[in-house]
Design a protein around this ligand. Structure first.
Ligand SMILES: [Zn+2]
Length: 392
């Protein structure tokens, strides 16, 4: 029987050699396909058979998305300080130290400015490898500063989320970041600066419940887990069977929570297309935004069915809020740029584009000296940016 045992051992050895990646091969976590490392890298870490998206680092996303050598890291000096001196099985400060060593990042979000196919933008990219991509006070502060930077430069904002939620080691200070980032995003929206949110696997908890879900355009990677609470908790709470594919991006696309599922190899092209679209939009004459409540009030005053109601009359030129001046007859189209307004800001003689909420009435614009036109061109939240800078 010795020969039989030998044959068996021989077979085992062969099988083992096939499974051993030895740094050259990686097994797909979804379909089990053995993938050649170089090919995997060429496919931007997605399976060529089932298009499973491997989790990658924030710096890898920078390489994939941003034009070569155009990325400049910002706000890396903002770091967590362990304000609660938290300790469970390990000290929180030790966990932070380990995560910093392992990822080469100082916080769970990598921020900076860069260009995507030539379009400048402000980026915040979360890294799941850093304590589960958790949102803590420093991560939230970095995102908040990115939003302020986007308001100041009028460059579109791009946030790529990959997170398990708020960081429990900082308690309420983590949860506060949800309100902080979203209130600033409301200002970004008022300023008319576009915000693209990209959700990757997984985007859960406080990140889904705050900035990741409020993008002007929300993209997601295929099969990404996106949700607030986990499926097991929901099942226990509502005591019902959950539908198939629940909380996956394909399911959420059907339900209208996200706008498009984008394969990683198409991500840069898609984002660049969106940036071009927004840039073209910003260079067109635009009506200043009205507050939703005021628009509703006007519709009620007209007392006609909304479908047939005439558009509300523009307010008198001496109305208190100059931002509400509608019906802009002649507008000089600013030079095409991702925001339209940045080009105008660099040219003091150019009239303020009406895309801004603080744009003056057309009659005032014609006679106003160049200096006052430039002053009114400032986005409303600019002083806040200055305040933050002083603190640094
Ligand atoms: Zn696969």
């Amino acid at each position: 029987m010795t020969w039989l045992r030998k044959a068996k051992e021989g077979l085992k050895a062969q099988q083992r050699r096939r499974e051993l990646p030895d740094g050259l091969w990686t097994k797909c976590e979804d379909c089990g396909e053995i993938l050649y490392h170089k090919e995997l890298e060429r496919n931007l870490w997605t399976c060529s058979k089932c298009s499973y998206h491997f989790r990658i680092s924030a710096r890898s996303y920078v390489k994939i998305l941003v034009d070569d050598d155009s990325f400049v890291e910002r706000f890396s000096e903002v770091v967590s300080t362990d304000p609660l001196k938290f300790r469970d099985a390990k000290r929180y400060s030790d966990r932070l130290k380990k995560a910093r060593e392992e990822t080469g990042l100082s916080e769970a979000v990598l921020c900076g400015e860069g260009r995507i196919e030539g379009h400048p933008c402000v980026l915040a990219i979360m890294d799941f490898a850093f304590l589960g991509g958790s949102l803590a006070s420093a991560a939230g502060e970095r995102i908040a500063r990115c939003i302020l930077l986007a308001i100041e430069t009028r460059h579109p904002l791009l946030i790529l989320s990959s997170s398990g939620g708020a960081r429990m080691f900082e308690g309420i200070l983590s949860l506060m970041q949800m309100a902080k980032t979203n209130s600033l995003l409301a200002r970004l929206s008022d300023a008319g600066v576009p915000y693209i949110s990209i959700m990757t696997h997984p985007t859960t908890g406080g990140v889904t419940a705050s900035f990741a879900s409020v993008g002007d355009v929300i993209l997601a990677e295929p099969k990404a887990l996106i949700g607030f609470a986990g499926p097991r908790v929901i099942k226990q709470t509502i005591n019902q069977e959950l539908p198939e594919g629940f909380q996956r991006s394909e399911f959420l696309l059907q339900k209208g929570m996200i706008d498009r599922i984008v394969h990683r190899t198409e991500l840069k092209k898609t984002v660049a297309w969106l940036l071009r679209f927004f840039a073209a939009g910003a260079s067109l004459p635009q009506k200043p935004r009205r507050r939703a409540g005021e628009s509703l009030q006007r519709f009620r005053a007209a007392s006609l069915p909304i479908g047939t109601a005439l558009p509300p009359a523009p307010p008198a030129p001496d109305a208190e809020a100059p931002g509400l001046a509608a019906g802009v007859p002649t507008i000089e189209v600013p030079e095409p740029s991702p925001n339209g307004a940045a080009a105008a800001a660099s040219k003091p003689s150019a009239p303020a584009p009406t895309a801004k909420p603080s744009a003056p009435a057309p009659t005032a614009k014609a006679s106003a000296p160049a200096s006052s036109a430039k002053a009114s061109a400032k986005p409303p939240a600019r002083p806040t940016v200055r305040e933050v800078r002083v603190e640094e």
